[in-house]
Design a protein around this ligand. Structure first.
Ligand code: NAG
Ligand code: NAG
Length: 183
């Protein structure tokens, strides 16, 4: 084998690895199995949230008794003051799924009288696409399609997918160069 063909193998392996590592969107039940209610220690929900690496596209599921509780998404200020008067969104179906559709913090408090003050509140921090390595789920191109990607302009969907396209494109260009050397 020519030295250049040896180098090609790890390169292709990398492309395949990147293609197959697209994360499925995940669902997290807030507090683990614990339901959304006044916690036994005030920072219980946030302690749980700090252990999870939330990524864009993930969802949280909030379970509670819809008769006497609810979930409000609020501003940071209203979170800090347990102010329920002007929520961004409110939910009271008892089994609320909220998709984390952007990076940055989301603030939630209980809509039940006095519950937020007793610690029924939650901050979910979603990692930026760059930080988490998240790529929006789209059909992963097979290595055989790389030529097309290299020649096509990068789609303007998002920074992450553009980054992915340029990475695969770059890998394809390297692959083509190696292919040329082997001819
Ligand atoms: C909520 O209401 C249900 C009955 O509707 C009751 O069984 C439950 O204990 C209540 N929970 C709280 C936290 O008050
Ligand atoms: C609660 O928030 C609203 C607007 O979000 C504001 O007008 C009101 O003054 C706040 N109330 C308290 C007690 O901070």
């Amino acid at each position: 084998m020519a030295p250049s063909s040896k180098n090609l193998m790890p390169c292709l392996a990398l492309v395949i690895l990147v293609s197959s590592s697209f994360c499925e969107a995940r669902e997290f039940v807030v507090g683990g199995k614990r339901s959304w209610e006044i916690p036994s220690s005030p920072d219980e929900f946030n302690k749980w949230a700090e252990k999870v690496r939330f990524e864009i596209g993930d969802s949280i599921v909030v379970k509670y008794d819809s008769k006497n509780d609810s979930v409000l998404e609020v501003s940071e200020e209203n979170y800090n003051n347990c102010n329920k008067s002007n929520p961004i969104k409110s939910y009271d179906d008892g089994n609320t799924k909220i998709t984390l559709d952007r990076s940055g913090p989301f603030f939630f408090i209980s809509g039940a009288q006095g519950h937020c003050e007793k610690g029924e509140k939650l901050v979910v921090k979603v990692l930026s696409a760059k930080h988490s390595g998240f790529v929006p789920s789209s059909p992963a191109p097979s290595p055989l399609d790389d030529h097309n990607i290299a020649l096509a302009p990068a789609p303007k969907k998002s920074a992450a997918s553009a980054l992915k396209a340029s990475f695969l494109g770059g890998a394809a260009v390297v692959g083509i160069n190696y292919g040329f050397l082997l001819m």
